[in-house]
Design a protein around this ligand. Sequence first.
Ligand code: PNS
Length: 178
Amino acid sequence: MITPPRKRIETLPHQPTRVTAIYPGSFDPITNGHLDLIQRGSRLFDRLIVSILWNDAKEPLFSVEERIEMLREVVGVYPNVEVDSFHGLLVDHASAHSATVLLRGIRAISDYEYELQMALMNRRLRPAIETVFMMANEAYSFISSRLVKEVFSLGGDISGLVPPTVEARLQRRLAKVV
Ligand code: PNS
């Protein structure tokens, strides 16, 4: 029996898409929870930009320049991770970098409402940009920058909650204050 020649399946030329994601936040200061998300995000996306918001409404402990320095000290090991800062709308900052993803972490159900609101607002503003949520590592799900600062200022032990370089900076900052 003669079998008919197999029809060639036409495929589109394979065009790998490079995905740039923005991981925005205050990072005052960066915690091991943030760092865990950065590490995992760096494996998911081709380029990950950690972006610090210039927020005049908040009174931060560390200036944006100091936070950039702290972040750069710890993300240097990930070649596809960059650090910068932004003013104004997050979606405008993302578009300026051709980023199509906003990365955010969720620690507990209490984070969900705020994150949902932001994600829906950002989607309304720029539908082409997708917010991707990652669940925080359970080992860090109780950590926040605010609690770290509070515990540290009251003399509590924060080792293991922030990178050692950040702990050292906190110590220097507290020594200046007292
Ligand atoms: O770590 P934070 O403080 O919870 O981060 C909040 C942040 C920086 C992601 C959010 O305040 C933000 O994106 N601000 C930029 C202003 C903006 O775009 N607002 C409209 C969309 S919610």
